[in-house]
Write a protein that binds this ligand. Structure first.
Ligand code: UGA
Length: 441
């Protein structure tokens, strides 16, 4: 099949390289000329395992090309996937400016039957807007343009794997030919047994938001229970284990810590609440999920302040800045929210991250960035583990302690064993777990 992918961000570029990998002829379109130049030169603009290899493969076998010119990319394709950003507005609502612009640009260049596929996470009802925009722009050819929804469920850091071996593929459409086109596109995956769920378009749009909101709810739920554990002496790790053995609940996404971040959960929880509001339905649970997520950062902040008495003239070292391991993405990262809170109270903040220092520096230049964890921890009054990178599990903890000014360790991701950390001489504080003999420095 011939496929255009509009937008070469995280979802768009992964779609480009994986569609090419499964045998399609793909053109990636992006208004950002500099990004297109980087891609044409064969370089991925971001770090994501497997993408560079598939980019090399697609360019080498000629199945993958890039352009910033819609008139070069759209004519003749069977389907065009809309993968542009839907960033949050101040109200929490998703901004659909880029979706509308992409729709207009695509419509202007269509010269035959095509399916316009929403892959970006969009509010329920967006397909109506896309359909109406197409009808306004190209009334003479509108009957050849179909609209469908095909939300993405990939996770950063595992994006290629999630796309090539997903648990399911979701396709929403209201026309047999649109379903047929998408079935053919995904045939290389469905022929290996991956299920393809077909729904109407509104159901597909709502399903994507519902999945992200539900996963966020699991995290906030366990973090709220962690606050109760802290007050009762219970252990959140064991509580999560007990809950997880009930197959109706499931064990994943019950990791207590400093909360969720990234460019999906925070914005999608808010956007889904706004969708509910626009449908005249009040869904305050969604606001509560976001509030508990903010509270998780505040809980870590209060532990730090309580341990150090005052934060003025104190040095706080953050280990991990990315919103989760194996990515350089710091968008809505809990570590940066915590850094803002600490800086606001007069602390000096140092930090190390294996991949995200450059991204973080752009967002928060007031942090003192270091090249390794020990340099970051030198003279620190407290070390705070914010992202559970595998390499932090291998830290030489005695060396770390020896360079610190006070031996206070706040484990924002519950990575270390409380008994072991206490035996090593740390004042060790974690999220929702009791620590033998814990008290402030
Ligand atoms: C998330 C979803 O998992 C994907 O299914 C979805 O496609 C994607 O959003 C999207 O809409 O594009 P992602 O943002 O890459 O993927 O990250 P996750 O691995 O889901 O983690 C999100 C956040 O939750 C991270 O900050 C992580 O540290 C946090 N988390 C996760 C916890 O705090 N506890 C947990 O138990 C699990």
């Amino acid at each position: 099949m011939r496929i255009a992918v509009v937008g070469t961000g995280h979802v768009g570029l992964i779609s480009c390289v994986t569609f090419a990998h499964i045998g399609h002829e793909v053109v990636g379109i992006d208004a950002n000329g500099a990004k297109i130049e980087t891609l044409r030169a064969g370089r991925s603009p971001f770090f994501e395992p497997g993408v560079q290899e598939l980019l090399d493969e697609g360019i080498a076998n000629g199945r993958l090309r890039f352009t910033s010119d819609y008139s070069e990319g759209i004519p003749g394709v069977d389907a065009a996937f809309i993968c542009v950003g839907t960033p949050p507005r101040a109200s929490g609502e998703a901004s659909l400016v880029a979706v509308e612009r992409a729709t207009r640009e695509m419509a202007a260049c269509v010269n035959g039957p095509i399916v316009l596929v929403e892959k970006s996470t969009v509010p329920a009802g967006t397909h109506d807007r896309v359909t109406r925009t197409v009808a306004h722009e190209r009334p003479e050819i509108a009957d050849q343009i179909r609209v469908a929804s095909n939300p993405e469920f990939l996770r950063e850091g595992r994006a290629v794997q999630d796309t090539l071996t997903p648990e399911r593929i979701l396709v929403g459409a209201d026309d047999p030919s649109a379903f047929e086109t998408l079935r053919r596109i995904y045939e290389p995956l469905t022929s290996k047994g991956i299920p393809l769920i077909e729904t109407d378009i509104a159901t597909a749009e709502i399903s994507k938001h519902a999945c992200n909101a539900f996963l966020s709810m699991k995290i906030s739920f366990i973090n709220a229970v962690a606050r109760m554990c802290e007050r009762s002496g219970a252990d959140i790790g064991s509580v999560a284990e007990v809950m997880g053995t009930d197959s109706r609940i499931g064990s994943s996404f019950l990791g207590a810590g400093i909360g969720y971040g990234g460019f999906c959960f925070p914005k999608d929880v808010d956007a889904f609440e706004r969708v509910a509001h626009s449908l005249s339905y009040s869904f305050p649970l969604l606001r509560e999920i976001a509030r508990i997520n903010d509270e998780a950062i505040e809980a870590a902040f209060l532990k730090i302040r309580d341990a150090l008495w005052n934060l003025d003239d104190k040095r706080v070292c953050l280990l991990g800045l990315a919103f989760k391991p194996n990515t350089d993405d710091v968008r809505f990262a809990p570590a940066l929210a915590l850094a803002d809170r600490l800086l606001g109270e007069g602390a000096t903040v140092s930090a190390f991250d294996p991949a995200a220092v450059e991204e973080a520096r752009r967002e928060q230049p007031r942090i003192e960035y270091a090249d390794d964890p020990y340099a970051a921890a030198t003279d620190a009054h407290v070390v705070v583990l914010c992202t559970e990178w595998a390499e932090f599990k291998e830290l030489d903890l005695d060396k770390l302690k020896s360079v610190m000014r006070y031996p206070v360790f706040v484990d924002g991701r519950n990575v270390f064993d409380p008994g072991d950390m206490t035996r090593r001489g740390f004042t060790y504080l974690s999220m929702g777990r009791p620590t033998p003999g814990a008290r402030g420095a």
